[in-house]
Ligand binder design. Structure first.
Ligand code: BG6
Length: 462
């Protein structure tokens, strides 16, 4: 397999790693506000990438990596609703981008990875249509300022995940549990993404623009027709409303038809749907952690459980929805992490082939990794489980490539240990350990060296 131009890299996100939350005129994000108000563990300092980025990017280069996926922070770049630009914020990202180029690392940049400025959240956040145009304005500022240094752009990271966590399950800010608001926020995010792409195309910038999706291919518990119907709804909910909308410019009509029986969706205006239709993506980014296994909805209620507790089987955020379409299942014969994430590499191969067949677009695996408890005070973290996780998933990816899927890159999540949203810093994903208790000292884990050797050997030692 020719992997000469394959983008091997790793990924982070602004809020999860930068720290420096109130430095250099950065304003409050919805996450700062929420975590401070609730007194929860936060990303005020996180991995302090703000002050360690040179070391971090140098380590990527020394680790054989060719690309760095990171996100720009809206509250660091735009100070207020009037759109006033923070030059210090721009300067910070120019430094990161220059550092990438000096180290031969291709920047792969997400414009929005969940850190909405609090001043927009206070106007209703993603329920407010005005935020869509504000996003497009912010994206335009990013294109205008960084277009000479970035060729790979992403509008949004994981619309499904942050919308469902924020408006359906309620474990992320703004902590709402309301199906109707979930649909509206989801629609606004996909419309905002199309508006951002429109700005990109109208500006005539070089490069490509895509979206990143939290990809969970759907399996059914059996072959019954009821299960197949449940699978179709699950696929609409888990994948199609992002991927069809972004890649084909069409929100699945059977999903809309079903939703319109119960909810008012008249705010989806024809002129907006036209913009969505005309501004589709150049590529798809897929974050793969696991699959979704479903059985048919029977009657009564469907539960969504999210485990932020780090204790297997002890989901901490739970919401019960009436009249849903399917029920998500655990497979008793499978392996799960302490956060109840199933380890299922086969889903990656099957899912990649499905996405390839459906959309025919270039694909990047923009996140893949495993979160674990780890003692980072030892000289080197012996994370054999991460090596085996990555090896199995990379093999699955290669199998999909051999069968024709056009996959152009793979990013490990995460470049180094960082703040894992509601799970805090103790759920570690990094190739490099960060000792949060001792000056945020960095130490490569065993997986870092394995990844380097795998890349340098052209995956021959996989
Ligand atoms: C993805 C996100 O959903 O998964 C990341 O893009 C996130 O921001 C990662 O950190 C892992 O999820 P978690 O909740 O374990 O940190």
């Amino acid at each position: 397999m020719d992997l000469k131009n394959f983008l091997w890299g790793s990924a982070t996100a602004s809020y999860q790693c930068e720290g420096a939350w109130d430095l250099d005129e950065r304003v409050e994000s919805m996450w700062d506000h929420y975590l401070h108000e609730e007194g929860l563990e936060n990303g005020d300092i996180a991995s302090d990438h703000y002050h360690h980025f040179e070391e971090d990017i140098r380590m990527m280069k020394e680790g054989g990596q060719r690309a760095y996926r990171f996100s720009l922070s809206w509250p660091r770049i735009i100070k207020n609703k009037q759109g006033e630009i923070n030059e210090k914020g721009l300067a910070f990202y120019h430094k990161i981008l220059d550092c990438c180029h000096e180290n031969g690392i291709e920047p792969f940049v997400t414009i929005y990875h969940w850190d909405l400025p609090q001043y927009w959240e206070e106007t209703g956040g993603w329920l407010n249509e005005e935020v869509c145009t504000a996003f497009a304005q912010y994206a335009k500022v990013c294109f205008q300022n960084f277009h000479t240094k970035i060729r790979k752009w992403v509008t949004f990271n994981e619309p499904k995940w942050f919308v469902c966590s924020g408006y359906l399950i309620g474990n992320y800010p703004p902590c709402i549990q309301d199906v109707s608001k979930t649909i509206k926020a989801a629609y606004h995010v996909m419309y905002a993404s199309a508006l951002g792409i429109k700005e990109f195309r109208e500006g005539g910038y070089e490069g490509e623009i895509g979206i990143v999706h939290s990809f969970t291919p759907v399996n059914g518990v059996d072959d019954r027709i009821e299960t197949k119907i449940a699978m179709r709804y699950a696929d609409n909910y888990c994948n199609n409303w992002i991927l069809d909308t972004a890649a084909k410019g069409e929100i699945p009509i059977d999903l809309l038809s079903e939703l319109s029986k119960q909810y008012d969706i008249s705010y989806m205006k024809p002129e907006q749907l036209k913009i969505i239709k005309e501004n589709t993506v150049d590529f798809l980014g897929l974050n793969y952690y696991s699959r979704t296994l479903v059985k048919p909805y029977t009657s009564g209620e469907t539960t969504f459980v999210v485990n932020n507790s780090g204790k297997a089987g002890k989901g901490s955020s739970k919401v019960i929805v009436k009249h849903w379409f399917e029920q998500v299942m655990h497979d008793p014969n499978s392996t799960y992490t302490e956060w109840d994430t199933e380890i299922y590499p086969k889903g990656l191969k099957d899912g990649l082939l499905e996405v390839h067949q459906k959309y025919g677009l270039p694909i990047y695996i923009t996140e893949n990794g495993i979160g674990m408890y780890e003692d980072v005070t030892v000289p080197q973290v012996d994370d054999e489980y991460r090596i085996s996780f990555m090896r199995d998933h990379i093999k699955a990816m290669f199998e999909a490539m051999e069968q024709g899927a056009n996959i152009k890159g793979y990013f490990a999540w995460s470049s180094f240990d960082l703040y894992s949203w509601k799970n805090g810093c103790e759920k570690r994903y990094g190739l490099v350990a960060v000792d949060f208790d001792h000056d945020r000292i960095r130490k490569p884990k065993k997986s870092y060296t394995w990844y380097r050797d795998m890349i340098n050997s052209n995956a021959e030692n996989l």
